[in-house]
Design a protein around this ligand. Structure first.
Ligand code: FAD
Length: 450
């Protein structure tokens, strides 16, 4: 098969890319290995993620499908604070807005069906290997078809990697190296409950569809995300070493932690009855260098994931898909630089945006009091912008500059090293301090047996 653009992954990123490319008159091929609906974690959207869905004319579908409406995120630590979802008017004024929470199996299926309905071609199978020419340019991908009928070779002018945590192109050595990120020693353990007591007030911070975050101490927190009118996604994130020390099954750990992290969470779940499998994700924090090049681009989790705490994952992959569409058209028309990386400008733009998120997240953990001051007093509007996802323009804002000062961190983008994770263990001098007595090897051995 021959196509101008092949997309690996039919999740929200790949399908958003397909819909924006269709608008540009291109007919992409989506390669997806799983049969939808399929489970996925990552259910809370930022404000600007909702804006992308509205831009794709899917706002009415989201309402008809009755996805819970999110007005903001409330964070319970020592002192609770709330950040509302707000949009910017064309004149730049902040205005109240809402976004959605989703059960991913339903939402992802809706997105894939819609992309196909609008004209994308779906190939059900697993991308196994990229095809490269003698100069190392990516010219396609090999696919093992899901119906067992064998292999298919797909020749493409551009291969877009939306494979999520599988990081297809990085794993196959097409991109630059993959580095561990700041939060790579964290573990997330999660499930769903049916009997949680929801907020039910009039005010925006009391709406029952809101995301709630609870933290006990540094790197030790829980989420609460309503995914329909009864079921709430709940998860606990802690250092992996702490989990191992408890000597509990993942279910025991999750249930006990949900009652231990914060009294505000305990009171919302008098009886913890899990209605979904308990699942684990570890090593989710990483960054891939040089993730775009001749014939290929990687998006969202396929090149970088910092930490799930403020729900940026779906938004970043969908926004990158939207921002990439005009670059893709120019690339196919031969209008991007012929020397070096044709997507250099795009790559630096999206890298800078995730740096903003990383600095805000690190600021939250390293300087929680200063963070709360910035949210509530000093740079309220700028913090609302970051949480909504307005990180691609007018950044770094004064709030981000303040985080960088607090973190004693400088970002430079004029040399080859800009995309090495600033807080990773590859910069031992800047790595976060972990309360961790268990050796890495011991933790890894135990985790592999989960
Ligand atoms: C603990 C945790 C909590 C999170 N919470 C949130 C949250 O609240 N909100 C949020 O927005 N994000 C959250 N995220 C992040 C979110 O899960 C991801 O950012 C998001 O799913 C990325 O979407 P995607 O479409 O890029 O990739 P995915 O959703 O991962 O989809 C990738 C698709 O590619 C397919 N695929 C992979 N490899 C191949 C292959 N070789 N061939 C063919 N198909 C392939 C897969 O089957 C899959 O369908 C969380 C992440 C974690 C770890």
């Amino acid at each position: 098969m021959k196509t101008r653009v092949a997309i690996i992954g039919g999740g929200p990123g790949g399908t958003t890319a397909a819909m924006y490319l269709l608008r540009q008159g291109l007919t992409p091929v989506i390669i997806e290995k799983e049969s939808f609906p399929r489970y996925r974690i990552g259910e809370s959207m930022t404000g600007e993620c909702g804006a992308i869905l509205r831009d794709l004319n899917l706002g009415m579908d989201m309402i008809e499908n009755k996805h819970p409406v999110k007005h903001g995120v409330k964070v319970y630590g020592k002192h609770p604070w709330f950040l509302p979802v707000m949009a910017r008017t064309p004149e730049g004024k902040l205005m109240d807005q809402t976004t959605w929470q989703v059960r991913r199996s339903d939402f992802d299926k809706m997105m894939l069906d819609e992309a196909v309905k609008r004209g994308a071609i779906l190939v059900h199978g697993q991308a196994t290997d990229p095809i490269l020419d003698e100069n190392g340019k990516v010219t396609g991908v090999q696919v093992r078809l899901a119906d067992g009928s064998g292999m298919m070779q797909i020749e493409s002018e551009l291969l877009m990697d939306f494979s999520g945590g599988a990081t297809f192109l990085a794993t196959k050595g097409v991109t630059g190296p993959k580095y561990l990120g700041n939060y790579d020693r964290q573990i997330a353990i999660f499930s769903q409950i049916e009997n949680g007591i929801r907020d039910n007030g009039e005010a925006r911070d009391e709406q029952n569809g809101n995301t709630l975050i609870f933290y006990k101490q540094k790197y030790h927190w829980a989420w609460w995300i309503p995914i329909d009118d009864k079921v709430t996604s709940v998860g606990v994130v802690t250092p992996a070493a702490y989990f191992m020390e408890q000597n509990e099954t993942k279910e025991e750990f999750l249930k006990r932690e949900l009652h231990n992290i914060h009294p505000e969470l305990t009171s919302r779940i008098p009886d913890v009855t899990l209605v979904e499998d308990t699942r684990v994700i570890k090593n989710y924090s990483y960054q891939v260098k040089q993730f775009c090049g001749e014939g290929y681009m990687a998006f969202g989790d396929a090149h970088r994931f910092v930490d799930p705490i403020f729900s940026f994952g779906m938004y970043v992959t969908m926004k990158e898909a939207q921002l990439a569409a005009p670059y893709v058209v120019k690339y196919l028309n031969g209008e991007l630089p012929k020397e070096g990386n044709p997507f250099e400008e795009y790559q630096v733009m999206v890298e800078k945006a995730i740096d903003v998120l990383e600095d805000a997240l690190d600021g939250f953990w390293e300087h929680p009091f200063a963070f709360a001051m910035l949210v509530y007093n000093r740079y309220v509007d700028q913090m609302i912008d970051i949480f909504a996802g307005r990180i691609y323009e007018n950044q770094p804002s004064e709030a981000v500059v303040a985080f960088r000062k607090l973190l004693k961190r400088e970002r430079t983008y004029d040399s080859d090293i800009y995309s090495v994770p600033i807080g990773s263990r590859y910069h031992a001098d800047r790595a976060p301090i972990w309360v961790d007595d268990t050796s890495d090897a011991e933790v890894m051995t135990k985790l592999l047996n989960l």
